[in-house]
Design a protein around this ligand. Structure first.
Ligand code: AHR
Length: 528
């Protein structure tokens, strides 16, 4: 956001106006406040890459097994083993990119366990997520098949922690080499003559923790070595250059970033010629919650929602530090795992699997605040993957036997889909406080999209937006809200929280909209 004094003065005049229209709402009452904002169509930030709305699926709890994959013999309706309802919902939403198989699981995953006839695949122990045995029936071919069904770009996270450069280099050859080598012939024998053409490859995951408990210099040395064999030439194993993802920090750990980038430069001057400069540098930033998902107090909710201001600060600071090493801005910053991580309920985990949590209205507000941050920082970010797509942490879908429901967060993503591929433009709210009105706006030719998120539980906001540089001819809006921030879509009531159309007043350069407490509103304007 911009800090020019004149803009601030313009905004301050109205944002301070509180009128005590206390309204009875169940047992709660709330105030209504006015806020003037400015949206500058002429000030472009950068393209909102669809990958900023990316996703992540791990072999964890019931995310993959039981969630996305039920097996062809299941009585649950499926398409060759993929849960039919999940495929339909995800395809309808549009999944720009899907990361797999972990997470922590990735650094203990040996890809050869998941190829060939399913009945003959080994049974392995998932040491990270409950020590259960899995039959490896969901492997590389099944993952690529899922991506094809839902239209997602596949992103494979390689094993650095317990693997070898050869194992990872062979996985790339198996997936991408057109034909003629033993591994590409094996892929063909296993059902795919066509190469998979996987472009995005993670060189490990959280290598400061579950990926090998490494020091940054140690990981940098591994990165150099692995990347040399995986992609020493841009065209290695296939026709298109690979996009390698290096493990970034936990949260805003600047020390990891500094020492990793210094470790990447063996000669103090540049990254060795044969090692591949990472395409992406992946930080992880979760928003922890101190209560079970449906029992949040106001204080716990405010603490969690405040984390998005810290994520935005982290993105700016990490990028600034990266720029001191990556002067040409070749390496893209990613938020490879993000989302709310609430206190787990043991009985729910027993029933639905590890890290299963409900996704109430508060979580949708968190998701929309996250996406707003990523849009505003579109010039610094190349990919952001919410954790995780089904049944784990901040999920979009929840499943129980044959039931599959869309969570409040699914709808937040659906409403904000309109921003994808548009140019993010500057917004000025005059209030940078962590629980202040959160906004992002984007434009493409005559279409202008604005997402407003009101993170306050006790105040409605009457927003008056001044459009600079353009006039609007018409507009329509949708709202996602609920009186109770702990309310959620359940298997019995799957439509408790769904988007509804919402009133918006559009006149020339002025747009007015009322935001109920804890609501998300996306407005689609047609410019004159
Ligand atoms: O998303 C759950 C876990 O969180 C992932 O496996 C790991 O990368 C992170 O710590």
């Amino acid at each position: 956001m911009h800090n020019s004094t004149s803009r601030r003065d313009f905004l301050r005049g109205a944002s301070a106006t509180l009128f005590a229209a206390a309204t009875a709402r169940k047992a709660l009452s709330y105030q209504s406040q006015e806020q003037r904002i400015k949206i500058d169509a002429g000030e472009e930030i950068g393209t909102i890459r669809p990958e900023l709305h990316g996703h992540f699926a791990e072999h964890l709890g019931s995310c993959t097994y039981g969630g996305l994959w039920v097996g062809a013999g299941s009585k649950i309706p499926n398409i060759n083993g993929y849960r039919k309802q999940a495929v339909e919902y995800l395809k309808a939403l549009g999944i720009p990119v899907l990361r797999w198989p972990g997470g922590c699981f990735a650094d203990d995953y040996h890809w050869r366990d998941g190829i060939g006839p399913r009945a003959k695949r080994p049974k392995s122990v998932n040491i990270w997520w409950g020590n259960y045995t899995e039959d490896n029936s969901f492997g590389t071919h099944e993952f690529i098949g899922l991506c094809k069904l839902i239209g997602a770009e596949p992103y494979l996270a390689g094993n650095v922690g317990s693997g070898t450069p050869r194992e990872l280099r062979d996985w790339v050859e198996y997936c991408n080499y057109p034909s003629g080598s033993t591994l590409s012939n094996e892929r063909a024998a296993n059902g795919s003559r066509e190469p998979f053409g996987v472009k995005i490859w993670g060189i490990g995951n959280e290598n400061w923790g579950c990926g090998g408990a490494m020091a940054p210099e140690e990981y940098a040395a591994h990165y150099r070595r692995y990347s040399t064999f995986v992609a020493s030439r841009p065209e290695s194993f296939g026709s298109s250059p690979l996009f390698l993802v290096a493990c970034g920090p936990n949260g805003n750990n600047l020390d990891w970033t500094k020492r990793f980038f210094e470790g990447l430069q063996t000669a103090k001057t540049e990254i060795p010629r044969l090692a591949r400069v990472p395409g992406g540098y992946a930080m992880h930033f979760y928003s922890n919650g101190k209560s079970p998902a449906t029992e949040f107090t106001v204080e716990n909710m405010q603490e969690q929602l405040s984390s998005f201001a810290r994520i935005e600060a982290a993105v700016k600071q990490q990028r600034e530090l990266m720029d001191t090493y990556d002067k040409q801005h070749k390496i893209g910053l990613m938020v490879d795992e993000w989302g709310v991580w609430d206190r787990m309920v043991p009985d729910e985990q027993k029933k639905y699997g590890r890290l299963w949590q409900q996704i109430p209205m508060r979580a949708a507000v968190a998701a929309a605040m996250g996406l707003n941050v990523f849009h505003r920082q579109a010039d610094k970010l190349v990919m952001c993957n919410i954790a995780q797509i089904t049944n784990v942490l901040h999920s979009l879908l929840l499943t129980e036997n044959e039931k599959c429901i869309r969570t409040s967060t699914y709808y937040a993503f659906e409403m904000m889909k309109l921003h994808r591929s548009k140019k993010a433009i500057a917004v000025e709210t005059g209030d940078d406080s962590p629980l202040g009105l959160s906004i992002s706006a984007s434009r493409q030719e005559q279409d202008l999209v604005i997402t407003f998120v009101n993170p306050k539980h006790d105040a409605a906001i009457k927003v008056s937006a001044a459009l600079a540089g353009v006039n609007a001819a018409s507009g329509k809006a949708q709202v996602l809200r609920h009186d109770d921030f702990n309310a959620c879509n359940t298997f019995d009531k799957p439509n408790e929280i769904v988007p509804k159309s919402h009133a918006i007043r559009v006149e020339g350069s002025k747009v007015e909209v009322d935001l109920p407490p804890l609501s998300i509103v996306t407005a689609a304007l047609r410019l004159a």
